[in-house]
Design a binder for this molecule. Structure first.
Ligand code: AMP
Length: 193
């Protein structure tokens, strides 16, 4: 199994690059943002509880997303590997993920961290808000709150994986193809290692 985390702030291109990477490497895409949005669309109790946090640009409580990921791992026993997108976002989530993967006899192979400047992130997200239908992409204050939440809580996740020498920084500005090539190169190196 080859499991990777695509890591970076909101608007860094995780969703776009994930789609291409799962196709190239045959991985199962697990995006907690997508899973939460489908819970909201289905008006489930979990979705309703998560929505109030998401609408403010805040993180949903750890227990909720960890439980969601745990079920997703159990529901995909045949997967060649997983690409985690938007998860883990806190150190507690990273520790929980390590434990879950460990129980399945596997681990995270690499964390690819996309590097994008704050001004570029805000520009991209406002632009995405014109077409995405995502309520958290249209308001600049909510966008900035999400980026601040990332800096306050999520940046620490990279430090957690740095201890295990699993983090590769990847330039996240440039064309989609250029960034995809850089990501693929890092993955190919880890697969060959
Ligand atoms: P995303 O689609 O990854 O930008 O996520 C959209 C929103 O969903 C975030 O702003 C959070 O409110 C929530 N969310 C997604 N993933 C997580 C996570 N791993 N932990 C906590 N909240 C999350």
């Amino acid at each position: 199994m080859f499991n990777l985390i695509l890591f970076g702030p909101p608007g860094s291109g995780k969703g776009t690059q994930s789609e291409r990477l799962i196709a190239k490497y045959g991985l199962k895409h697990l995006s907690t943002g997508d899973l939460l949005r489908s819970e909201i669309a289905g008006a489930t109790p979990l979705g309703m509880a998560a929505k109030s946090f998401m609408d403010k640009g805040q993180l949903v409580p750890d227990e909720v997303v960890i439980e969601m990921i745990s079920s997703a791992l159990d529901n995909n026993p045949q997967a060649n590997g997983f690409l985690f997108d938007g998860f883990p976002r806190t150190t507690a989530q990273a520790e929980a993920l390590d434990k879950l993967l460990n129980q399945k006899g596997t681990e995270i192979a690499v964390v690819l961290a996309l590097q994008v400047s704050k001004d570029e992130l805000v520009k991209r997200l406002l632009n995405r808000g014109l077409t995405s239908g995502r309520s958290d992409d249209v308001n600049e204050d909510i966008i900035r709150a999400r980026i601040d939440e990332y800096e306050r809580k999520t940046a620490a996740v990279a430090d957690y994986y740095k201890k295990y020498d699993k983090v590769e920084l990847v330039k996240g500005e440039g064309s989609i193809d250029e960034i995809f090539d850089l990501l693929s190169k890092e993955i190919d190196e880890r697969i060959a290692a």
